[in-house]
Design a protein around this ligand. Structure first.
Ligand code: SF4
Length: 364
């Protein structure tokens, strides 16, 4: 049973089916990169953007859509999809560009909803009106407007060269929500700040700030260090250290407990491309437990059950479903060889259990 309001649960309750996101690269830019606000970008911003990079390979929106659509329909038999305009700021630039992109979405097979990632200062009344109109025109069930806040602390926003303040975010949220758009806030835990690194209290203040606004959903991210960013230089010089996995999970679980119960959780962690992180492995240690978060309670229970039945008294290792287990030497008196814990789950308290035990104190 889900203990928090995950996006998958929202989709099943509202539409009675699974809805798969398809990332689309619409070749937008960002005012914090093209010199309008600055050329440095946010301190952590991956210079390549966070999208699929398909646009750079010359694929138009239709080709990108067909690639993912065919994959998901054949492999997973899915029929409903969200077009996810992810990379950079997808409402930046003239309104005609946004209108043109929205036109190109018309008629895509299986299009169910639209999700746009953008900055709060890249929206005005005309663009919001256009989005609200296109929801009806394209027959979309939802338009999710994903707005980067990252932190409600203006000192932190300045320190990370965000280029807007929290008041700009609040104004954009109010304006979007009044038009029936579904607002999703992006928040990052452990940002560098003038005082060193943001604390749990800073994260909880950000959650309180979001709770007071008509925000429908939230994406939590751990901060990972991408190559070629100002953050990578800080990290190199020992001036910034990301949260450890345990710290991130502890912050996340407290934030989830503080969040309004109706807020839909779209994401529990960032999942960096390891080829782009400053140091291989940086960020991955955060990704695994939280990424599997929504499914873990059942898994943990299942594993606990298997431990009863299949626990190996020599090794303390438990077999995962479908993976081979190495048996102890059956000869009487023979010593058991050490078994490499590859593909197996080591019994005992894990960060998953600690994480979920703290989350589920306040189950929704
Ligand atoms: S607003 Fe987004 S795309 Fe622009 S610099 Fe910041 S992280 Fe990068």
């Amino acid at each position: 049973m889900q203990r928090f309001h995950a996006l998958s649960v929202y989709n099943r309750r509202r539409y009675g089916k699974r809805v798969q996101k398809i990332p689309l690269d619409a070749d937008f830019s960002c005012p914090n990169r093209d010199g309008t606000i600055s050329r440095r970008g946010c301190i952590f911003c991956n210079p390549l953007g966070s999208g699929s990079g398909f646009s750079d390979r010359g694929m138009d929106l239709g080709e990108q859509w067909n690639f993912w659509h065919d994959l998901h329909t054949k492999r997973h038999r899915l029929a409903a999809f969200t077009a996810y305009l992810q990379s950079y700021s997808n409402t930046y630039g003239p309104i005609e560009k946004l209108a043109c992109i929205l036109d190109r979405l018309d008629g895509l097979p299986g299009l169910h909803s639209l999700s746009l990632g953008t900055r709060p200062d890249c929206l005005d009344d005309k663009k919001l009106d256009l989005l609200a109109e296109q929801r009806k025109a394209l027959g979309l069930s939802d338009i999710f407007l994903e707005l980067g806040l990252q932190s409600s602390n203006d000192e932190t926003l300045k320190h990370i060269n965000r280029g807007h303040d929290s008041a700009a975010f609040a104004r954009a949220v109010e304006a979007a929500a009044s038009r029936g758009l579904n607002v999703v806030a992006h928040v990052i835990a452990g940002l560098p700040s003038p005082r060193g690194r943001e604390t749990l209290e800073d994260l909880l203040s950000t959650v309180d700030f979001i709770n007071d606004l008509p925000v429908d959903g939230i994406k939590f991210h751990n901060l990972y260090v991408c190559r070629g960013t100002p953050l990578a230089r800080l990290h190199e010089n020992g001036e910034y250290t990301p949260l450890t996995q345990e710290e991130y999970l502890s912050h996340l679980s407290e934030a989830l407990m503080r969040l309004k119960p109706t807020t839909v959780i779209h994401r529990l962690n960032g999942n960096p491309d390891q080829r782009r992180t400053h140091r291989p492995g940086l960020g991955r240690e955060h990704a695994r437990p939280a990424q599997r978060g929504a499914r873990l309670p059942q898994k943990v229970r299942r594993m606990a059950g298997k431990k009863e039945r299949r626990g190996n008294r020599h090794t303390g290792l438990v077999r995962r479903r479908g993976l081979a287990v190495k048996r102890p030497n059956p000869r009487p008196g023979a010593s058991s060889p050490p078994v490499k814990p590859r593909g197996m789950f080591r019994a005992g308290p894990s960060v998953y259990q600690l994480y979920f035990s703290s989350i589920f104190r306040n189950s929704l």
